[in-house]
Design a protein around this ligand. Structure first.
Ligand code: 48F
Length: 270
């Protein structure tokens, strides 16, 4: 883009209008979505990138100001993550450099992983809304999940009473990680949501068994309630499957599976 070098007529109001008007326009373009992804950890970003690449209208709502969830912390703050070789392609396709490691694993830099996954999701067309949390779901007359209730993360952090706003989506992905927040909300707030006792007592994940946890993750990634798909650690948490620590291949493959399920639901509802 060619910018003129001699047109410096801006003042403080130029900045204010530029920020507010462009954000409002982008925000209003994100309130009626194909897929709302709640939580921008590795599973949520991967799902959003794949769905956006397929041409779906996707918004990611992330409570924090940064994208990447548990990637940033690596293992015990050592900024590296391990990935099984069978999931490595999901990192290679966003340009993350991998170091071959032992026993069928690769190692990646956590900062490079979080930033390149984020950039790829943005380039694919996913709308990323940071500092915004989902505090509830929206349901239709059949009690099917059809959107999320949102508010600034800073509002709940400050304990303020501020009524939220809502966005609509054909399907919602719960990528909120260990607390499986959206699934808990559905269990506690949506009338009749206790299907097959799944939500009767959402148990939280079991102690660490990395291989078993990774294996269970893909099967646990599913539509757990009409309109609500669960991905990543939230999928293992609601199923009391094992935690796995700083190995991330299962998260990426879970995101890929969540995207496949979401894509089918969007097509069936279009
Ligand atoms: O936990 P998280 O990284 O999600 P994940 O995709 O990946 C788990 C791994 O990072 C790691 C692991 C690997 O073996 O076990 O823990 O399952 O990221 C979840 C994101 O969701 C955000 C939260 O800030 C984090 O960035 N989040 C949680 N609840 C909400 C939310 C909410 N109600 N609204 C918006 N964002």
């Amino acid at each position: 883009m060619g910018f003129a070098k001699d047109s410096f007529k801006w003042d403080e109001l130029t900045i204010t209008r530029g920020i507010v008007e462009t954000f409002m326009s982008d925000f209003l373009d994100s309130i009626d979505l194909d897929v709302a992804v709640v939580g921008a950890g590795p599973s949520g970003i991967t799902a959003a990138r794949i769905l956006a690449n397929e041409g779906h209208k996707v918004g990611i709502f992330e409570r924090n100001l940064q994208i990447g969830g548990g990637i940033w912390g690596g293992g015990m703050l050592f900024p590296r993550i391990a990935v099984e070789q069978e999931a490595a392609w999901l990192m290679e396709e966003v340009g993350i450099r991998l170091r071959e490691w032992e026993d069928g694993t690769v190692i990646a830099d956590a900062v490079e992983s979080a930033t390149k996954m984020t950039a790829a999701a943005i380039d694919a067309g996913a709308r990323i809304l940071v500092g915004i949390e989902a505090e509830d779901v929206v349901v239709d007359d059949d009690n099917r999940v059809c959107g999320v209730v949102i508010n600034w993360g800073a509002v709940s952090g400050a304990g303020l009473h501020v009524d939220p706003l809502a966005v609509h989506a054909k399907v919602v992905i719960d990528g909120t990680g260990h607390p499986c927040e959206l699934s808990r909300l559905v269990e506690t707030r949506v009338p009749g949501a206790c299907i097959d006792n799944l939500f009767e007592c959402i148990p939280g994940e079991a102690s660490m068994n990395a291989r078993a946890g990774e294996a269970a993750l893909i099967e646990n990634t599913r539509e757990v309630y009409p309109g609500l798909i669960v991905s990543g650690m939230a999928a293992n948490a609601i199923s009391k499957s094992y935690r796995m620590g700083a190995i991330f291949g299962g998260m990426l493959l879970s995101g890929q599976k969540a995207a496949q399920i979401a894509s089918e639901i969007v097509k069936s509802r279009s």
